[in-house]
Design a protein around this ligand. Structure first.
Ligand code: B3K
Ligand code: ZN
Length: 882
């Protein structure tokens, strides 16, 4: 360990800052082997007390000088540690100017936090605590100030010099150097500071805001990527318009820049007016990017743009409040995607992620409330819980209040707290005040971790024509709370009559909203009696996935088929099919373990047959209905997951469907062929998705040879979606020699395109046919791999460990041991990425022996290392607590 024992910090210890910064002036002198940073801060004490030292955060900095009001402070008046600079109270007046010069080495910064270099350009990443790697500062989000930034660098190597806000000066200097100066009039915390210097090209467009202001929009990229910017520019303009229309939020500067960089720890960053993006989340054209990439870009561009209000104008008081900006902004971007595409399919995608990955996180050792009470390393808390569950909690508020009152609430929140750093409590209070609704009990969602389980039983009374639903809620013990208080759960439901229509919901209980079908569940156990029900209904439960809970109700297979055919709620039509398939696969996995012969359930076969009998009006939905639950989702359904039995059962179902229905898959495939020019529109994407799903089943069967069709699609595709899908179908089929040739040709064709090569790496790392760890190591040794680039690490290491579950969970534990070695290797370079990689191992308690204990041993191997980063230390030690 670097620090003998890293300490947790607690929300309950929060104290307002003792100093504030009125203005920040930064001067950057960029050179290839070092950078000099001078900061001049106008500061004052906030408490009036002059007893407190001035405590500044700093990490990996060389302090050159420090002065107050132009007087150099000598060493006896300050104390330096690895993480701070503390200046004695006796030399710090109540109002003063603090000047500090530091020397840093961005070119050696492999953690990719603070100022670093990516493919020859300088760029920054300061959220959450990266600014302290640039200069000594009050690196906390509740210290907000205006910024002026001057950047000086060699003009030839770095012709473009960018920072936040407006350009106020540009000069050519001696020795081939030049400078620019930027001023950001909006107060901001230092985590939103950004700087970019490089040899970049850009595209430009304009947007006129609702009050008539013109905004210049630019996207900066390395020259070879200039033909990959148009889609993101369109997405930016669409999101700016949507935020005006749906939230009344207008952009607040005349300039908005996006920069694409190759080496980036996550997707993108919402720095004020200078968003920095991982190139994989912004660059696309039809030849090189798949439909999934276009959709990802659309939602990430929107997400970062929406942060301008939910995050930047109103920011977080402290990092425990992270979900205040992230949960709300994910909710906003998810509604944006729903509005511009298929709402039901977007909901299916979001819920699949939540139920597969967030539920698993919440059932594991890192489980935490969306408002955590403590952390060791904040970077570990950029989690699915903070983001996705946080968004579900905002969605529930939206549904409890209704769209109109929710908008009133968000207007009030933005008006009340503009320019402030606040807490989730301020958000909930604004929603309460604007709507008059009491959210007291609802607040439990913020403080309790774990996924609530809802057990439902029912009773139909023939003579009284009434139907009683009993709803029980429980939530398992989690690290922060043993005994849970009951949640307020907006539980949407419908009751179907024998024709498949909804009965009107007549219930004396005032907690039932008969118009929306929402039952406000607030107790551990409650019974709701519905009247005027002529025959025993089929309940459609948790429509639209109205709350992030697991529902337990013993559906008969016939009831699920009935819901699939008749439910007026699209999400529940899909979900009924998923439950049906899940039940079949879970039961087959028992047959695998018992050594019984596997036989496909005829009910499931009939469902598939009828889904393939015609093209549905919503092809995206048809593709979703034809997709089997993922192996990861199936694993999540078992307390002690039998990964191999589940894999075998699922593969058997897929293989049997492919063998028996290949004609039908092939028919649908043919009907979806489309020779029109590529466009990433929802309809065109839906058609390709369905077509390429059929191709997967076709290449699977042994009853007919469809490999020629896959090869033809691979050769003749006019877009990456079709080419890459054809390649994927071959790689995951039994046509292995054709697959190897196609992989080779694909590499030859695209070897100069970094992002396409990353897709090529990840396809192999996720392949069903990869020969275990030795073959993944070949990918690590390939010229295209670079351990310092997070996209490449994700493409090979994360994809193998998180998506190739069959091989990662190989019986001998070699996958776990291999991952432990990668984590140890990466921790010395990039702790954030190393810590992310531990995720798959942390699930060890829920994987059946012998695998679970082997995973634990891999964690122990990591824990035994000295010098672990705080990031990896926190996850590994918490995971090993028995
Ligand atoms: N706010 C950033 C995430 C920063 C992660 C720092 N480790 C991107 C986003 O959520 O929009
Ligand atoms: Zn965000």
């Amino acid at each position: 360990m670097k620090n003998a024992e890293p300490k947790a910090i607690y929300l309950k210890d929060y104290q307002a800052p003792a100093f504030e910064i009125e203005s920040t002036y930064l001067n950057f002198d960029l050179y290839d082997d070092y950078t000099l940073v001078t900061s001049i801060l106008k500061m004052r004490r906030t408490t009036g007390l002059d007893a407190e030292n001035l405590f500044l955060n700093g990490q990996d900095l060389e302090l050159r000088s420090v002065s107050i009001n132009d007087e150099v402070i000598s060493g006896e008046y300050y104390e330096l540690t690895d993480e701070s600079l503390s200046i004695a109270a006796s030399v710090v007046p109540s109002e003063f100017t603090l000047s500090i010069q530091t020397k840093i080495k961005p070119q050696e910064n492999t953690a990719l936090e603070g100022l670093y270099k990516s493919s020859g350009m300088f760029c920054t990443q300061c959220e959450a605590e990266g600014f302290r790697r640039i200069t000594y500062f009050l690196d906390r989000p509740d210290v907000m100030s205006v910024y002026e930034v001057r950047i000086t660098a060699d003009k030839k190597a770095y012709p473009v010099l960018l920072s936040n806000g407006n350009l106020i000066d540009a000069q050519d200097l001696e020795g081939g150097r030049h400078s620019t100066t930027w001023q950001d009039p909006h107060k901001k915390p230092c985590y939103l500071f950004a700087l970019v210097a490089g040899d970049l090209k850009h595209i430009e467009d304009t947007f006129t805001t609702m009050s008539g202001e013109n905004v210049t929009l630019r996207i900066f990229v390395e020259p070879q990527n200039i033909d990959k910017c148009d889609f993101a520019m369109g997405a930016l303009k669409r999101s700016m318009k949507w935020d005006e229309e749906v939230y009344g939020r207008e952009y607040d500067l005349n300039i908005f820049n996006i920069v694409a960089v190759d080496a980036f720890n996550m997707g993108a960053m919402e720095n004020k007016s200078l968003n920095i993006f991982n190139s994989s989340c912004v660059l696309a054209n039809p030849k090189t990017a798949t439909d999934a990439t276009f959709q990802r870009i659309e939602s990430i561009v929107a997400h970062e743009y929406f942060h301008n209000w939910s995050g930047n104008r109103v920011t977080c008081r402290d990092w425990f409040q992270l979900s205040l900006k992230e949960g709300f902004t994910v909710f906003r971007d998810s509604e944006y995607s729903a509005d511009i595409g298929s709402r039901t399919v977007k909901r299916i995608e979001d819920v699949s992620l939540l139920r597969t990955a967030q539920f698993a996180e919440d059932a594991g050792p890192m489980s935490h409330p969306i408002l955590p009470a403590s952390f060791i390393e904040i970077s570990n808390f950029y989690t699915l819980t903070i983001y996705e569950k946080g968004a579900e909690v905002v969605r529930m508020i939206h549904n409890i209040l209704g769209a109109q009152d929710f908008r009133k609430g968000s207007d009030l929140y933005f008006a009340r707290h503009d320019g402030q750093a606040v807490t989730t409590e301020h958000f909930v209070k604004a929603m309460e005040d604007a709507s008059g609704k009491d959210l007291t009990q609802f607040r439990n969602w913020y403080h309790q971790a774990g996924t609530p389980e809802i057990f439902i039983t029912d009773h139909y009374d023939e003579s009284a024509k009434s139907y009683a639903l009993t709803i029980k809620q429980t939530c398992r013990e989690t690290p922060e709370t043993k005994e849970k208080k009951p949640y307020h759960i907006p539980f949407e439901l419908g009751l179907l009559n024998d024709k498949g229509d909804d009965y009107p919901l007549i219930c004396k209980n005032s907690k039932v909203n008969s118009e929306t079908g929402v039952v406000n569940v607030t107790k551990f156990e409650e019974t709701f009696v519905f009247e005027n029900i002529d025959t025993k209904p089929v309940p459609s439960l948790l429509r639209g996935f109205s709350a992030p809970v697991r529902v337990r109700y013993a559906y008969e297979a016939e009831q699920l088929q009935f819901l699939m055919a008749n439910d007026s709620d699209g999400f529940n039509r899909w979900d009924a099919g998923q439950t049906l398939a899940t039940n079949v696969i879970l039961s087959l996995s028992q047959d695998v373990l018992a050594g019984r012969e596997l036989v496909l359930d005829e009910g499931l076969f009939n469902v598939y047959q009828s889904l393939l009998s015609t093209l549905m009006s919503d092809l995206a939905m048809q593709a979703q209905m034809l997709s089997l639950p993922s192996l990861a989702y199936l694993i999540e359904q078992q307390d002690q997951a039998q990964v191999h039995a589940l894999y075998t059962a699922r593969s058997f179902v897929k293989q049997t469907l492919a063998d028996r229905l290949h004609d039908s898959f092939s028919n649908v495939y043919q009907q979806c062929l489309d020779s029109r020019e590529y466009e990433p529109s929802p309809d065109a994407i839906a058609k390709r998705t369905l077509k390429n799903l059929c191709l997967q089943y076709m290449t699977q069967t042994h009853n007919h040879d469809y490999s020629g069709i896959a090869q033809q699609q691979f050769d003749q595709a006019n877009n990456m979606t079709d080419q890459f899908s054809a390649l994927g179908a071959l790689v995951n089929s039994h046509h292995q020699s054709l697959a190897q040739t196609a992989l080779q040709r694909f590499y030859e064709q695209w070897q100069h395109d970094v992002l396409v090569v990353n897709m090529w790496l990840s396809l192999q790392a996720s392949s069903d046919h990869i020969e275990g760890v030795a073959a993944v190591n070949e990918l690590l040794n390939h010229d295209a791999f670079d351990i310092k680039n997070p996209n490449k690490v994700r493409a090979v290491v994360s994809v193998f460990a998180a998506q190739n579950l069959r091989h990662f969970h190989g019986a001998d534990g070699s996958g776990y041991n291999w991952l432990a070695d990668r984590i140890i290797e990466l921790d010395a370079l990039n702790p954030q990425i190393a810590s992310r990689l531990t995720g798959p191992l942390t699930k060890w308690k829920r994987i059946a022996p012998p695998n679970g204990p082997l995973m634990m041993q891999a964690l122990e191997k990591i824990a035994a290392r000295s010098n672990l980063s705080k990031d990896v230390y926190e996850v590994v030690t918490k995971s090993l607590v028995s």
